[in-house]
Design a protein around this ligand. Structure first.
Ligand SMILES: [Zn+2]
Length: 94
């Protein structure tokens, strides 16, 4: 029996049986979601100005950036994932 016949790749590979994986609390709505469903995003202050970035210690910036995991619905809502990135329609027809 093949492991998976799904024509797509998941970002997070299952190592354990489905449903037995660690649940992660969504950083936005607080919902408990399986890890493979979550998206990583960075919260905290963002420095986009390259001149400031050169002056500021990168480690300092890193300390102030909390990476958190959000559930798919929040990821969509807060534009963590771009629309169309999660492919679904493409592989629907069989
Ligand atoms: Zn959420």
């Amino acid at each position: 029996m093949p492991i998976s016949t799904a024509p797509y790749k998941r970002e997070y590979l299952h190592t354990k049986r489905r449903g037995r994986e660690a649940l992660i609390t969504c950083g936005i709505c607080g919902k408990r979601v399986p890890r493979w469903k979550t998206f990583e995003t960075r919260k905290g202050f963002k420095i986009n100005d390259p001149t400031i970035l050169q002056q500021v210690d990168k480690r300092l910036v890193h300390l102030n950036t909390n990476s958190m995991r959000v559930c798919p619905s929040c990821a969509r809502f807060h534009h963590v994932v771009k629309k169309g990135k999660s492919v679904r329609k493409k592989h629907m027809k069989i």
